[in-house]
Design a protein around this ligand. Structure first.
Ligand code: CAA
Length: 384
């Protein structure tokens, strides 16, 4: 690692690395195969301060910087990407959105249990017909006295079944485009919000992904997050941080895939020697290591910009784009280098390959990241 870490960052990295190796990794394969949500592990992560890392202690968090968060998230992802996505959505999107846009009451009521890891959070923006283009969402929130009444369906919601607290966006004025979208915080106890069936996914199978159905869901106006019409900007801001998180997850999974490949190629004998002695395979490992390091620099740079409170929207998209595409190349090569064994569930590279596939899709596809980056570079935002 070329970046100079502080003593605190080093300490967090080493603590999480040990926890990931000893607690998170051992049952990751079983959880993936049996679709077991890592509830106990997430509770322990909360106790270690990993579920609201960038939130100050007075709101239940551990008050670390983004760099420490990225280091920790990469370690968890290398052990179990399903656990990492729950951690990522919770830290980057849910906790930070309430911290930056919530009022004091909302912070006490919702942020403290989330940041301390007692509650799991979800972020509900996507809909069946509104993925890359969330402005087209159809969920409506109609003002009724001191409440809003929400109706609609959200799709592909990470932790949709297990979350106690959900940030949801809805249209409060259909005529205003993105300025007609408002964010709300909704508790699992609200009888108007129900999770749909679990998606049967290719990867991240231990994390639950569901629809969230809102049927005459009455939400007090006091649980509106930010002003009316600010929901889209809140979601975009949350996704900026989220995209650094996907970059960190990508590094973690890629690093794990490379390490598994190094071990395998050293042990595997063909043509009378270890296959790690063949130049063709050595060069693939060299490419893997180089690409992982390049991704790390992009993710660290975006994290540092965020910590310096600079505008990091474009750098977050660059980090997400490059790292998520990198991990797909690295895990595909890892499977290839394991030969027939890489195609079996006996070797972890098969899981890494499946888990990595969604990284170029969720929290903004690679194509969306290229829109954000080109708008940033050309400084002449092209209307979609
Ligand atoms: N931060 C703050 N505000 C922002 C912003 C940002 N990063 N990006 C845009 N905005 C604001 C703009 O300033 C603008 O506001 P004003 O008019 O007041 O200036 C407003 O938002 C609209 O911006 P655009 O005109 O750029 O919006 P657009 O409709 O052209 O779309 C987009 C831009 C980048 C394509 C955006 O729609 C986008 O990111 N789409 C992808 C959505 C996405 O990532 N979905 C994933 C869902 S979460 C998930 O994956 C599930 C999970 O649980 C893990």
């Amino acid at each position: 690692m070329t970046i100079q870490l502080t003593d605190e960052q080093r300490m967090i990295h080493s603590m999480v690395s040990e926890f990931a190796r000893e607690v998170v990794a051992p049952e990751a394969h079983k959880r993936d195969q049996e679709k077991i949500f890592p509830a106990q592990i997430l509770q322990e992560m909360g106790e270690l301060g990993l579920m609201g890392m960038m939130i100050p202690p007075e709101y239940g968090g551990s008050g670390t910087d983004t760099m420490s968060y990225v280091l920790a998230l990469s370690e968890i992802a290398g052990a179990c990407a399903s656990t990492a996505v729950v951690m990522s959505v919770q830290n980057s999107i849910v906790c930070e959105s309430i911290y930056y846009f919530g009022n004091e009451d909302q912070k006490k009521k919702y942020l403290v249990p989330l940041a301390s890891g007692k509650h799991i959070g979800a972020f509900a923006l996507t809909e069946p017909d509104a993925g890359s283009d969330p402005v087209r969402q159809k969920t409506k929130a109609v003002r009724d006295g001191d409440d809003y009444i929400l109706n609609g369906t959200k799709r592909f919601i990470t932790s949709g079944k297990n979350a106690q607290t959900v940030i949801v966006t809805a249209k409060t004025d259909d005529s205003l485009g993105h300025k007609g979208i408002t964010a709300f915080v909704v508790s699992k106890d609200n009888p108007g919000m129900k999770p749909g069936n679990l998606e049967d996914k290719m990867g991240l199978r231990a994390s639950d992904t569901t629809d969230l159905i809102f049927e005459d869901c009455r939400v007090p106006a006091s649980d509106r997050l930010g002003e009316e019409g600010k929901g889209f900007a809140i979601a975009m801001k949350g996704l900026d941080g989220g995209r650094i998180g996907i970059g960190a997850q990508s590094i973690g999974v890629a690093q794990a895939a490379m390490q598994a490949t190094i071990q395998y190629t050293k042990e595997r004998q063909q043509f009378g020697k270890s296959i790690s002695k063949f130049q063709g395979l050595r060069w693939i490992i060299a490419d893997m290591a180089t690409e992982i390091e390049a991704s790390r620099q992009l993710v660290f740079s975006a994290a540092e910009m965020k910590d310096r409170k600079e505008n990091y929207t474009m750098q977050a998209s660059m980090a997400k784009l490059f790292a998520s595409e990198m991990v797909n190349r690295v895990t595909a090569k890892a499977v290839q280098m394991h030969g027939g064994y890489g195609f079996t569930k006996e070797y972890a590279v098969e899981r890494y390959y499946r888990d990595a596939r969604v990284f170029t899709i969720y929290e903004g596809t690679s194509e969306i990241q290229r829109i954000v980056i080109s708008n940033g570079i050309l400084q002449d935002k092209r209307k979609l």
